[in-house]
Design a protein. Structure first.
Length: 437
């Protein structure tokens, strides 16, 4: 058997519309819950400032990241980029950060799904629904990427339509007095920094599109189209959600609310209005879209790391019939289901955000490094304004990391301890001689 035949491969079926759906679907749950926790720190103005800064971060990031994704289309995404730029240790850092991001975001979303379902059907416990979500969507992912991507497209279109409808119904009732309620910054400038992790939740997971690169038809053309359309959609949705929700309800009523949009619409219409009920039911689709997409991205990251030998190679097995990484999927869902039972949604979100920031820092450094070390590398898409865009993304990511550290020092300590423990294991694995063939 040839080396090429022995290398596990994924099937290319994804087109620009699928990548748009994956990009938006990965992130769209952030419009439905989670962001509003930042209101307790910064109020509408402070969270708005944090969101604008984070939006700049993601716009700068995604242009540079698209350059990497098209030049090095690989299921490992950030891990593959860092390996090309910095070697094995860069690959470890990027891969570990990505894994932490994509392992701990799904449990947070799964708990939100459980809360939505439990609210309507009290007989169904939150934990049971959350764990069941991992089982159901693990199976959907396992039976084929084409089916999974089509499902993601359908639920993302419906969730995006629902947000558009929400904007249409609430925008005429937005009042500037609520958006700029005094005090403008209830906790001063420090509150703006404390709101940053929740502003990041508006966009968290967007980089996961790169992990589907090996399943894309004509990645050089498809990836830029899918990514750029996705970031344009997400910026519009994030800013619209913030304005249309905080503009119709006092922000103090939105803090710690797992369903802020239905409550805002109930204020504009009525709790019993059919549109309010529709917002609740379709809101579940936004959560499902992100959950399904991130589980899909996480399994591809596990698959890529295993294929390169950074974690057990057995996890890189591809199902002979469905051409999907079923073992990587099983591990991703099992870890996520256990983490869900912790009940610590806030800690799960913070761990995921820290992983994402690590990915952004390493990836942007890789863009700059590869421009210098490999100027002849074919780049079907070249990020404009180089090196300013990646430098701005690095600066803003560093500020965001410090902001999270100040607000959640214990969780940052856990995050760094996990990275350090993984580094020790990785160093030991590299020193172990390969078994004879």
């Amino acid at each position: 058997m040839t080396a090429a035949a022995e290398t596990p491969a994924l099937k290319r079926v994804l087109r620009p519309v699928h990548l748009w759906a994956i990009a938006v679907g990965l992130v769209i749950s952030g419009d439905y819950f989670g962001w509003n926790y930042g209101l307790a720190q910064g109020g509408p103005v402070g969270l708005g400032v944090a969101t604008l800064a984070v939006t700049v971060l993601y716009v700068c990031f995604i242009f540079s990241y698209t350059e990497l994704s098209t030049a090095i289309p690989h299921a490992g995404g950030p891990f593959a980029f860092a390996q090309r730029a910095f070697g094995p240790w860069g690959a470890y850092l990027a891969g570990a950060a990505t894994l932490l991001e994509f392992l701990f975001a799904p449990p947070a979303i799964a708990r939100a799904i459980g809360s939505y379902v439990h609210f309507r059907v009290p007989a169904l416990p939150v934990d049971a629904v959350a764990v069941g979500a991992f089982v159901v969507f693990g199976v959907v992912n396992a039976v084929g990427v084409s089916i999974a991507a089509t499902f993601e497209l359908v639920v993302t279109v419906l969730a995006t339509f629902e947000l558009g409808l929400f904007f249409f119904l609430t925008a005429p009732h937005v009042e500037a007095a609520r958006l700029f309620a005094r005090p403008l910054l209830p906790h001063g400038v420090a509150g703006v920094f404390a709101a940053v992790p929740f502003a990041i939740w508006f966009y968290l997971g967007l980089e996961g599109v790169a992990m589907s690169a090996e399943e894309v038809v004509d990645p050089r053309r498809t990836i830029p189209r899918g990514y750029l359309a996705g970031i344009a959609t997400l910026v519009t949705l994030a800013l619209g959600t913030l304005v249309c929700t905080c503009g119709v309800l006092p922000w103090s009523e939105l803090v710690r609310d797992d369903s802020p949009l239905p409550h805002a619409l109930a204020r504009v219409l009525s709790p019993g209005h059919p549109m309010t009920h529709l917002m609740v039911y379709l809101g579940l689709l936004g959560l499902v879209a992100s959950f399904h997409g991130i589980v899909m991205g996480c399994s591809r990251q596990v698959f890529a790391l295993a294929r390169e030998g950074l974690i057990p190679r057995a996890l890189a097995a591809v199902h002979p019939r469905f051409n999907t990484p079923t073992r990587a999927l099983a591990l991703s869902c099992a870890v996520g289901a256990v983490a869900t039972l912790s009940g610590r949604t806030d800690a799960l979100i913070t761990l995921s955000v820290l992983g994402a920031l690590g990915v952004y820092l390493v990836s942007m450094a890789a863009v700059i490094k590869l421009r210098r070390s490999e100027p002849a590398l074919e780049r079907p898409f070249r990020a404009p304004l180089h090196p300013w865009l990646p430098l701005v993304a690095i600066a803003l990511s560093t500020v965001a990391f410090v902001a999270v550290g100040v607000g959640s020092p214990a969780i940052v300590a856990v995050f760094l301890a996990v990275l350090a423990a993984g580094a020790v294991a990785f160093r030991g694995a590299r020193k172990t001689p390969a078994a004879p063939s």
